[in-house]
Design a protein. Structure first.
Lengths: 219, 97
């Protein structure tokens, strides 16, 4: 009896698929379907914000001027760069594990940079008294109740986004470690491509949060 | 299902060019904000944001090389988002004016 050759985990075709191409298609379609539900999740919050922005224009514009726009802008550059790194990791030749691992590690590090800057910003926000209920100084706003609504949406949207970034860092970090162990050396790195799609999506959400939250007020 | 994707000869170069374009667009967004144009400025910033999102989806997320079913999933997501935004805004923009 002859033993079947050892097939690396990344290249194994699960029994329900005809071949690796079909498996890859299913993985990517599954991730895109998940992302479509994420679009609706963030879309609901964005729609709420846009409605309030239209209805309470002056109060929202004034409230927005209390945010640290330069931190938001810097974080956009950080996320865009991280997206480029993960795109390069996906395009890296299957045999170049070290390069792929380095690119994924750089992506995760930039994600940590984003969270670090966001953490500093949240600290400044609390100091400024713009955290509704918990650290709230209403006297600094012309229309405190509508400003509170703005800040509530700001914390909700950026907080939910930060949770997504944290999950992305964990996934990309594990993939960087597994890449280093040459687990994707045989070309079927579907997991990396799917995780990359998720990371880009998180980047795209931020591309809309920046103009909506930070840049809707005069500099 | 056949995989219709083909790899370009210089994927790294394309990614670098797109990354540079994204940074230029970010610079433009900051410029528009500094010019303090009011509502038109906000609309321009959001349009630039949408352009950046399309570049990321098309080149980094490889929608340009994706098979039809995946493109359909992408479009379905954005179609529902458009319905959500247009439906809700058409109500609020007309009822409270």
């Amino acid at each position: 009896m002859t033993r079947a050759p050892e097939i690396p985990a990344g290249a194994r075709v699960a029994h329900q698929f005809n071949d690796s191409a079909q498996q890859k298609h299913a993985v990517l379609l599954g991730m895109w379907t998940f992302l479509a539900t994420e679009v609706v999740l963030f879309g609901g919050l964005i729609a709420s914000f846009v409605i309030c922005r239209v209805m309470y224009g002056r109060a929202f514009s004034q409230a927005g001027s209390h945010l640290y726009a330069w931190i938001g802008i810097t974080n956009t550059a950080v996320l865009l760069t991280s997206s480029a790194f993960v795109a390069l990791a996906v395009e890296t030749d299957p045999g170049r594990n070290r390069r792929r691992s380095l690119l994924l590690s750089a992506t995760a590090l930039l994600g940590l940079c984003f969270l670090g800057l966001k953490g500093v910003e949240y600290g400044l926000d609390v100091h400024e008294g713009i955290l509704p209920r918990l650290a709230w100084k209403p006297e600094q706003f012309g229309d405190a109740s509508r400003a509170e609504l703005f800040m509530l949406l700001y914390w909700l949207m950026t907080g939910l986004h930060a949770l997504h970034v944290s999950a992305g860092i964990a996934v990309i970090g594990v993939l960087a470690w597994r890449s280093r162990r040459a687990e994707y050396a045989h070309g079927h790195h579907n997991t990396i491509e799917a995780a990359g799609l998720y990371w880009h999506f998180v980047d795209i959400v931020w591309l809309f949060l920046l103009p909506l939250l930070y840049l809707g007020s005069p500099p | 299902v056949s995989d219709t994707r083909t790899r370009s000869h210089h994927p790294g170069r394309t990614i670098a060019i797109i990354a540079a374009m994204l940074m230029v667009f970010l610079g433009l967004t900051v410029l528009v904000w500094r010019l303090n144009l009011g509502l038109p400025g906000e609309i321009i910033s959001l349009t630039i944001g949408a352009t950046k999102a399309i570049l990321v989806a098309w080149y980094f997320m490889n929608v340009r090389r994706a098979p039809a079913t995946i493109r359909l999933a992408v479009l379905a997501g954005y179609f529902w988002l458009a319905l959500l935004l247009l439906g809700t805004l058409s109500d609020y923009l007309t009822r409270y004016r």
